[in-house]
Design a protein around this ligand. Structure first.
Ligand code: ZN
Ligand code: ZN
Length: 94
């Protein structure tokens, strides 16, 4: 897979991310699979914000972040709910 510098949360942005993370839409720590259809490439800030939004969804708290971050978080959260809310694995909230 060719490396792209486009963050899938923010698109091309400046400063350019030094690296992109693989974010699993349905988080691995919540039962998601490490398959391409479940992965997006995001900058570390976008990644952190997605996880903050997932934490807020799980805890029933207020959501913050960009539209795209919240959409990605909701998507994983809905899959988690649909799967019967499997246990969140240790380390997921890091
Ligand atoms: Zn992630
Ligand atoms: Zn970004």
């Amino acid at each position: 897979m060719a490396k792209s510098l486009a963050c899938q949360v923010h698109g091309y942005h400046w400063p350019r991310p030094r690296s992109l993370d693989d974010h699993h839409i349905y988080p691995l720590g919540m039962g998601g699979l490490d398959v391409r259809s479940n992965v997006v490439r995001v900058c570390p800030t976008g990644h952190r914000n997605i996880h903050a939004a997932i934490r807020a969804l799980v805890a029933g708290g207020a959501l913050s972040g960009t539209r795209r971050e919240i959409m990605l978080a909701r998507s994983g959260f809905e899959q988690w709910r649909a799967a019967g809310e499997p246990t969140v694995q240790a380390g997921f909230f890091q």
